[in-house]
Write a protein that binds this ligand. Sequence first.
Ligand SMILES: [Zn+2]
Length: 438
Amino acid sequence: MPRAGITRYAGTRSVATTEVLHEDRIKMNTMSCRFCGSTSLHSFIDLGMSPLCESYISAEGLNSMERFYPLHAYVCEHCFLVQLDTYVGGEDIFTEYAYFSSYADSWVEHARRYTEMITERLQLQRDSQVVEIASNDGYLLQHFVKRGIPVLGVEPAANVAHEAIQKGIPTVVKFFGEQTARALLAQTKHADLIIGNNVLAHVPDLNDLVQGMKILLNPHGVITMEFPHLMRLMAENQFDTIYHEHFSYFSFLTVQRVFATHDLVLFDVEELPTHGGSLRIYARHQDDASKPVSHRVLELRDREKAAGFTQLAYYRSFEEQVKATKRKLLSFLIQAKQQGKTVVGYGAPGKGNTLLNYCGIRTDFLAYTVDRNPYKHGKFLPGTHIPIFHPDYIKQTCPDYVLILPWNVKKEIMAQMACIREWGGQFVVPIPEVKVYP
Ligand SMILES: [Zn+2]
């Protein structure tokens, strides 16, 4: 098909035109696939221009210029990796990170249960070695330390790594990859267990990360990684989990392909409710025959194939679904404001910033938001400049609606903030589509 220029079609609205525009986007896009290097990338979802979602603004910064970057995800025609371009390097994003894992109770509990399970399953002992990549403030490794199992955390953000060290959790402040893996081996032994939770999506150089783990893993060791499952993201409309810090979005089929390229086999998988639906994969060396591939691996592969994850058309259907969700949320907010109601937010997570910037929701709709993390108090959300207060501020102002931005922990928040019902306040959850909880 000849590829006509966009200008020639400006103002026309046929289906064929949309196709041509998509084709042209491929042409204009200069990125290549983060995993396989292909340049055949197709538009998955265009969320417009957005600031980095963790770049909270201080009061003095409100009058300064803010950087916005395109938030446009593409899907690779060859390996089906959904990805964003790397507009900013990991150094800019992660050297001072505002996210302290320990502020989310349910996440700390999730980590504790994982530690119990994996210690039993792998028979970890006092002479084992556990390494966690992106170990944050030690929320997970602390549970191994309590059991006397040796650990090492690798964390690029100095401020959160410092918290871990203060808790007595050995942590090196570094980005993890092939080079770091080799450097660690000069000081410590191969790992029996390598953990990487919500790290696979966050690294610009995917192959370097996986190769680093391959090098550090002992011959019978196991890697477990958790990451949001693209299947759930698409089925449940979780477009707000797309932000610049998340470079990649994985189906099981694609992640299996990535690991296989580095001679690592996924021998088991679990589907978890965390972050709106995550996968926990279990990987081993290809030649480690002691761990057979479970039926869960085969079953999930079949399910993804049946859902359409090996067909480009399925990925291309996502954008219209997202636009419909935006319209529903805005309709709710417009109606609430026309009725003179007050609406505030709960939480200041990264995903909230994607949602608010994409939908154009500022203090005209959302008077303020609150967060338990004191690091964010007195600051403002990037782009939308919505102020962030301590959760007690809700009790002082008695709003009609509280919009829960971290919808993945909505139950926990509704329980913590049950007091809003005393004045007739109601919770609102925006995803998968706007819903009021009376
Ligand atoms: Zn690819």
